[in-house]
Write a protein that binds this ligand. Sequence first.
Ligand SMILES: Nc1nc2c(c(=O)[nH]1)N[C@H]1C(S)=C(S)[C@@H](COP(=O)(O)OP(=O)(O)OC[C@H]3O[C@@H](n4cnc5c(N)ncnc54)[C@H](O)[C@@H]3O)O[C@H]1N2
Ligand code: MOO
Length: 388
Amino acid sequence: MAWDVARALAHAVARPGAVVRRGLDEADGCVLATPLVSPVAVPPVDRAAMDGYAVRGAGPWHVIGQVKAGTADPGELADGEATGMVTGAAVPAGTTSILRTEDATVTSARLEGAAEDGRHIRRAGEECRAGDQLLPAGVAIDPAVLGLAATVGLNRLTVIPQPTVAALITGDELVHQGPSSPGRVRDAIGPMLPGLITRAGANPTTTSVRHLGDSFEGLVGALRDTRADLVLVSGSSAAGPADHLRPALNALGAEMIVDGVACRPGHPQALAQLPDGRLVIGLPGNPFAALVAFLTLGVAAITRMRGLPLPELTNIAVPGGLPCHPTSTRLVPIRLTAQGAVPVGHGGAAMLRGPASADALAVVAPGPSEAIAARLLPLDPGSRPWGG
Ligand SMILES: Nc1nc2c(c(=O)[nH]1)N[C@H]1C(S)=C(S)[C@@H](COP(=O)(O)OP(=O)(O)OC[C@H]3O[C@@H](n4cnc5c(N)ncnc54)[C@H](O)[C@@H]3O)O[C@H]1N2
Ligand code: MOO
């Protein structure tokens, strides 16, 4: 299956989570299921934008008091009067300007300074009026959105929740501490996955990574018992005697949706759906191939589960050219320069040295010779803009 088709299929087959109401403290990373509409005007009243004095008319002014933060009714100024103000406090009726502390000279209760009409006052309704739509449905909630929701007085939001993702790392040869040695391979996929899963927008608090040996029964049991919207399985994806993923999926009655992708690295990657709707993605055991498979199928599926469209990838020039594969899409670690994409090398399927020093992957379409342009696949799936 062509790389673009596999990516689009992973997005198409995944289902957005059921809409829920969430408190602001648990909505970060969810997606707005309804537009964010302000029930109130912000600010609700004219407020001082600076510390200093509210004044009415031309100076000099007579200082009659001090408005404190939290004062509900700051009263009214008569012409020639002023009152001390703090930033954010409601201004008295009749205020024509705020004179900043550093622009003011006060002798006894007499205030002098150059006040400009209307200066340093945040007007009622300046940010929004009651009923204004601030954001459409489909926006990913980030800290600024949470702050905005709080600003307009909301306690809960209607959201598509973040999907839950679990990872099963398979391989009898794997060790999780210390170096590789003859017969032993240090697990390099387990440490990558939590960060990738979180950056792709899945729920970080429910992400789990479990290590399994190469056992058919063990894998069947783990796939049956793992409660997550998406289960990632690394290793076991090819056709060797210890590669149990496809037989295990078969035993569980899963439907294969993607069974191999025409890309280098990462061709044994797979996507299947279990009868209860959970998705399973097979990540090839070679670490860079696993990373490519996550960025291809994993990110596309998680993106749809969040209720977001599959982003278009931006085009980039490759001034030095990149050799094409005749029938497979190549994923090449590159650095971004003013001239375009430059390969960083060390892009073999079993190596992470290339992607670790790269800014992105160049997606090089299959072809007969050399590509002078490619598309950019971010190594950080949470980077914004993602492309397009
Ligand atoms: N006859 C064929 N053999 C292979 C094919 C093929 O098409 N026909 N594809 C090759 C490709 S491409 C890849 S990629 C691998 C995928 O293999 P598996 O997904 O079954 O993974 P393993 O066989 O368990 O491991 C392959 C390789 O990767 C190392 N590995 C596995 N897990 C990890 C980990 N968590 N961290 C670091 N390294 C890991 C493992 O030790 C092996 O060296 O199959 C090829 N063979
Ligand atoms: O997934 Mo394999 O890389 O193509 O080594």
